[in-house]
Design a protein around this ligand. Structure first.
Ligand code: GLV
Ligand code: GLV
Length: 348
């Protein structure tokens, strides 16, 4: 085809400068919003005025006229949402995980989906390590004890915890966050096991040994979950897995709740099949299994693994940049379903 249709296509785009409408499903730190606010092609930037997850009808109304949507892991983005957003080109997810989005429905509807890989790697690995240390050394429990006025003097048997240095760390999932968590273990001289679909040279380079999940579970003193949530990792850790873990072992989960069978975990902890758990994510967030709420040997966090202002700002900027690329007809840098992108210069 000649260049003519392309030229005709771009001129109306120019005329419509400042006419794009962007919808943000919840307020995020200002850095990301600022990128959108200062973009000349964005005419309207609408941010959910409530600091809460939108009701379905509010979400439908919000995306109705949007050319691009910045959404969160707490928004279920499915076929109905795509139908409610006829002009939206992109849904930029403010997260690295995108299990909240029906990707095949997005692709079928011609909607681009992006995520924020890399922005939160270190922050989440820090959280995994913080949970590991907190539960091993019983820090939240000791804090509660001290605040309750129960500390009446040093005691040789008081609040004894578990060793960390020299203990075996098992990383389930060999991606960026798993690697960053493994790197933190070097200072603690922890032997390292990992399981992932493919060998990871960077893991091997820091002394990691790739093994089966079964071997990892039987050998590790700390098991830390770093896979994404997909049909093959749903309930990856359940009744049978807890049975083969050491009774002295701890489970750390900063990935996604449903990777672990939460009720089986609660029972395993209650029966002493494992020693404790550090959890940042839950199966039915924001609900937490009632048994977990009662146990002292569990450290609970409200899905704050990426929760520093710096990281949340970087995530917002990255999501905003994906939106701007889409609005400009360019390929968003973190496109999850690249088959949807049609190069505007490709007239075939
Ligand atoms: C957080 O949970 C994320 O996936 O970014
Ligand atoms: C994912 O593994 C990330 O680090 O962004």
């Amino acid at each position: 085809m000649s260049l003519l249709p392309y030229t005709q296509w771009i001129i109306p785009q120019r005329c419509f400068m400042s006419r794009f409408h962007v919808y943000v499903t919840r307020r995020i730190p200002d850095a990301g919003l600022q990128v959108l606010r200062s973009a000349p092609e964005i005419g309207t930037l609408d941010v959910n005025p409530h600091d809460r997850v939108l009701e379905r009808h509010e979400l439908y109304a919000g995306v109705k006229r949007a050319d691009a949507v910045l959404c969160l892991l707490t928004d279920t983005i499915d076929e109905e949402v795509f139908r409610a957003a006829p002009s939206a080109m992109i849904f930029a997810n403010y997260a690295v995980g995108y299990n909240n989005i029906d990707i095949s429905a997005a692709t079928a509807a011609g909607k681009m989906i992006s995520n924020t890989p890399g922005t939160l790697t270190d922050t989440t690995a820090d959280m995994a390590f913080a949970l590991l240390m907190s539960v091993a050394r019983r820090i939240p429990e000791a804090d509660r004890y001290t605040r309750a006025g129960r500390f009446v003097g040093w005691g040789p048997m008081l609040m004894l915890g578990s060793e960390i240095t020299g203990k075996t760390l098992g990383i389930v999932g060999g991606g960026r966050i798993g690697l960053a968590t493994a790197q933190r273990a070097a200072g603690f001289r922890m032997p390292l096991l990992y399981c992932s679909r493919t060998p990871k040279p960077q893991m091997d380079a820091i002394g990691g040994r790739r093994c089966s999940l079964k071997e990892l579970l039987t050998q590790s003193d700390f098991v830390s979950i770093h896979t994404d949530l997909n049909p093959t990792t749903h309930h990856l850790i359940g009744v049978d897995e807890f049975k083969i873990m050491k009774r002295s072992a701890f489970l750390i989960n900063t990935a996604r709740g449903p990777i672990v069978h939460e009720e089986a975990l609660a029972w395993a902890l209650q029966r002493g099949e494992i020693a404790g758990a550090g959890l940042d994510v839950f199966e039915e967030e924001p609900a937490v299994h009632p048994i977990l709420m009662e146990l002292e040997n569990v450290v609970l966090c409200p899905h704050t693994g990426s929760g520093t202002l710096k990281t949340r700002s970087k995530m917002g900027v990255m999501a905003a940049e994906n939106i701007l690329a889409a609005l400009r007809g360019c390929k968003p840098p973190n496109l999850v379903n690249p088959e949807v992108f049609r190069n505007p210069e490709d007239h075939s």
